[in-house]
Write a protein that binds this ligand. Structure first.
Ligand SMILES: *Cc1c(COP(=O)(O)O)cnc(C)c1O
Length: 367
């Protein structure tokens, strides 16, 4: 049996109604900042529970434009998690700012207790990452931001519909940055991203920033970017968004099934599942003894398990100027050695999960 990681072949295999929408849309020629985009932004804001949402051309740009809107620039510092995906760091560095890393905790989010001592006069933003679909401790982080008057931007790229006490990812900070990349939980057919905010002033500024700073065709108010979400992708988004809750809930159900079964294996540790939190499992990650051997065994058995990530961001060559060395972030380091990810998406079948569970069990009983 083969258990694939990517479900993209299934995700759009049965969407005649979407093709119908696209066939209607294309002859309108409404390709740039068109009506379906406005509809998508309204629906997305409503889904997250914010007043506004602004479509941009990637999740990376959603972070970058949020930071830019706050005035982050050359020489400023932005605090973020040491275990994050490269894009978080890339967005900071594109603005000439310096990423300041903080170690993560065992639910893959920034360790909130370690943030305060990284705050300096240069700190312009705190950028927690709701990694894997877990939520960062937003109550604590917002309090800290308030105390030091430092705005908080949520990297919510992996956590669409994640929430704490019902308050959703992307509605806690000054901005929430989301990705619509094909590999994310809500995925369009190219790169795409969207920013949520409750501030009318910031909303208006983001509209300028994503479109060259243009107020109208002939008036350039501020320096901006070409970072619009393509309207044709918004048509895809409008088709998918009504399924968002169902997608999140199916992932949660799958994770629970894995948890119930894999927790019986003593060499496996399931990360703490937080009460009052909805974790949306963009990634399903567990801790495993003899991880490398388990990974190889799974791959041999046709299971596309993965490691997110074997080499942490803070040790990558692109940030060597920060002069970090192995051991600076011990929890991140430990995770690199003992985490393993299994497919957990909404298209996964029970028999595929059973096959994964059986393979893990067999591995440990024979090794
Ligand atoms: C995917 C992702 C991004 C960037 O999104 P893109 O749309 O690929 O630019 C940023 N941060 C995290 C944590 C992500 O997983």
């Amino acid at each position: 049996m083969k258990v694939r990681y990517s479900y993209l072949k299934q995700q759009f295999s049965n969407c005649d109604d979407l093709w119908r929408d696209l066939k209607r849309f294309v002859p309108t020629g409404d390709f740039t900042l068109g009506k379906p985009l406005q509809k998508f932004e309204k629906s997305f804001a409503k889904l997250i529970g914010t007043k506004y949402a602004v479509g941009v051309n990637s999740g990376t740009d959603a972070i970058k434009l949020s930071l830019k809107c706050l005035g982050v620039g050359h020489g400023d510092e932005v605090i973020t998690a040491a275990n994050t995906f490269v894009a978080t760091v890339g967005a900071i560095m594109e603005l000439g700012a310096k990423p300041v890393f903080v170690d993560c905790n065992d639910t893959f989010c920034i360790n909130e207790n370690l943030i305060e001592k990284k705050i300096t006069k240069k700190t312009k933003a705190i950028l927690p990452v709701h990694f894997t679909g877990y939520m960062s401790d937003m109550k604590f982080i917002n309090k800290l931001g308030k105390k030091y008057k430092i705005p908080v931007v949520e990297d919510a790229c992996q956590s669409i519909l994640g929430s704490i006490n019902g308050k959703k990812a992307g509605s806690w900070g000054s901005f929430g940055a989301f990705s619509l990349h094909p590999l994310k939980n809500i995925n369009v057919w190219s790169d795409g991203g969207i920013i949520t905010t409750n501030s009318y002033r910031d909303y208006k500024k983001l509209l300028l920033l994503r479109n060259h700073g243009l107020v109208d065709r002939d008036t350039v108010k501020i320096p901006g970017y070409n970072s619009r979400l393509d309207t044709i992708q918004a048509v895809v988004g409008n088709w998918l968004l009504p399924k968002a809750l169902q997608i999140a809930n199916q992932r949660i159900k799958n994770a629970k099934y894995y948890d119930d079964n894999l927790s019986k294996i003593k060499e496996i540790t399931i990360p703490k599942r937080n009460k009052n939190e909805k974790t949306v499992y963009h990634l399903y990650i567990i801790f495993a003894k003899k991880r490398d051997q388990l990974l190889n065994y799974c791959l041999k058995k046709g299971i596309e398990a993965k490691i997110h990530y074997p080499k942490p961001m803070y040790l990558q060559e692109s940030v060597s100027f920060l002069k970090h060395k192995k051991g600076d972030f011990p929890i991140t380091d430990r995770h690199c050695k003992n985490i393993i990810s299994f497919p957990c998406d909404q298209h996964l079948k029970k028999k595929e999960m059973d096959y994964v569970i059986k393979a893990v069990r067999n591995f440990y009983s024979s090794n």
